[in-house]
Design a binder for this molecule. Structure first.
Ligand code: SF4
Length: 435
């Protein structure tokens, strides 16, 4: 929206009835601060998004008469947005002491304007890669059955179709079944990080009892991985992408030799397209081997470019943020296109401190793109993870859009988006070569 409008706050009864309050305005939250949304950060709720009730959290709105903040007995409501959108604020609410932990989703502030839902968010990619509204479930299942029949011996094909499509409804796996865009290549059972919000494995002591996905229970062979690439290459003939590093696995660089061998097999037989690796970027020493085998791009995930905050969330076992920078540097120097999978959290990422640290990491190491992803986590849990001893300490937030604008001013070569781009077999790089 361009001009200032008054968006009504939303609330819900425990039975799931959602309604707006016509005389109270939407308040949103960045870190510890509550504020009215800025007009430019309000967009209509994108198709394929969902609304959530927030248990144990009471709705909070603004009384425009006297400027007071009012809490209600009704539940707060949040929006989980369709892919390609990044939230710029969380909903404002008052949390009860016994409120349950929220599952691993990103919770966006949502209100009502002229009978339409509006959210605090920005569309960061126009790629329709993860839009499925026009595709029937039947057609996905029909394609999956055909692939299972044709490749009964490939355990990875069966894992992607039986687990990722049938159980988790994973968008990358559905695209593999349909033979379009980007194919997933899960390969690793282990990880050298212990991310607080890991979606495939949590420690016994974690307050999270379930994860959205389960870790891969076998290690595929190079032949199985290369066969998945070929299946995809023959069906997505225009711009195929194959990506190691998926939600159902650990970190793919743990098995770097396996990755390199499968890439070699595929490239030796003139396998076309972009081979990408989504990773925590913790092993700089294996990058030359992967680049030599024919890897095209790498997406390194990052919650913060500040070591204290990075360590608090990733809890790395045997590496540091410095190793992540070295991995990026090595990859750029060897001609790989490097994206950051930036896990945006309103009120923490969009601060002056993060802008400074991120600018340094990007420009010193040769990052080509930012993929603006949401950090999927209960907001209170994340804040307590970062600041266990204090509260109300989050720095002033500038907002997602000003943050994006200023980062681009600092690093004008940066490409912005949400998905791994198709780059052919070898990318053209605009990111400056590290000194
Ligand atoms: S790097 Fe990925 S797989 Fe490893 S703990 Fe973090 S989220 Fe989980």
């Amino acid at each position: 929206m361009k001009k200032k409008v008054h968006v009504n706050m939303l609330m819900a009864n425990p039975d799931g009835t959602i309604f707006d309050h016509p005389e109270r305005r939407l308040l949103c939250r960045r870190g510890d601060g509550f504020a009215e949304p800025k007009p430019e950060e309000l967009i209509p709720l994108p198709p394929e998004s969902e609304l959530f009730l927030l248990p144990g959290r009471r709705a909070v709105g603004l009384n425009p008469e006297d400027g007071s903040v009012e809490a209600y007995d009704e539940l707060a409501v949040a929006a989980f947005l369709a892919p390609a959108h990044t939230i710029s604020a969380h909903p404002a609410y008052l949390q009860d002491p016994d409120a349950p932990l929220l599952p691993l989703f990103a919770y966006g502030a949502v209100g009502v304007y002229h009978d339409e839902f509006y959210v605090c968010a920005h569309k960061v990619d126009n790629d329709p890669r993860q839009q499925f509204a026009h595709i029937s479930r039947l057609s996905i299942e029909k394609n999956a059955r055909r692939l299972r029949r044709e490749y009964p011996k490939n355990r990875l094909v069966n894992h992607i179709l039986n687990n990722c499509v049938a159980r988790y409804d994973c968008p990358a796996a559905r695209n593999f079944a349909l033979g379009r865009f980007e194919a997933p290549l899960p390969s690793s059972q282990s990880c050298n990080a212990r991310c607080v919000g890991c979606i495939s494995e949590q420690e016994k002591t974690s307050p999270l009892h379930v994860t959205p996905q389960c870790r891969l229970s076998f290690t595929p062979t190079p032949e199985e991985l290369a066969e998945v690439m070929w299946i995809h290459a023959k069906r997505e003939v225009t711009s195929p992408i194959y990506s190691f590093g998926q939600g159902c696995e650990g970190d793919p660089l743990q098995n770097a030799e396996l990755l390199a061998e499968s890439i070699r097999l595929f490239r030796k037989a003139k396998g076309p397209g972009t081979i990408n690796c989504n990773t925590n970027g913790s092993r700089p020493s294996v990058i030359p081997m992967l680049a030599d085998a024919g890897l095209t791009s790498m997406r390194v995930s990052l919650s913060s470019a500040r070591p204290l905050l990075y360590n608090a969330y990733y809890r790395p076992k045997n590496y540091s943020l410095e190793d992540v920078s070295l991995t990026i540097r090595e990859a750029r120097s060897l001609g790989l296109f490097v994206s950051l999978n930036l896990l945006f959290f309103p009120g923490i990422t969009d601060s002056e401190e993060e802008l400074e640290a991120l600018t340094k990491l990007i420009s010193q190491n040769g990052v080509s793109m930012i993929q603006w992803r949401n950090l999927n986590i209960d907001p209170e849990w994340y804040l307590k993870t970062l600041y266990p001893d204090e509260h109300s300490v989050t720095p002033p937030a500038m907002g997602l859009l000003p943050f994006m604008k200023r980062l681009k001013e600092n690093c004008p070569w940066l490409r912005y988006g949400y998905f791994n781009p198709w780059l052919g077999e070898k990318a053209t790089l605009s990111a400056p070569m590290p000194a």
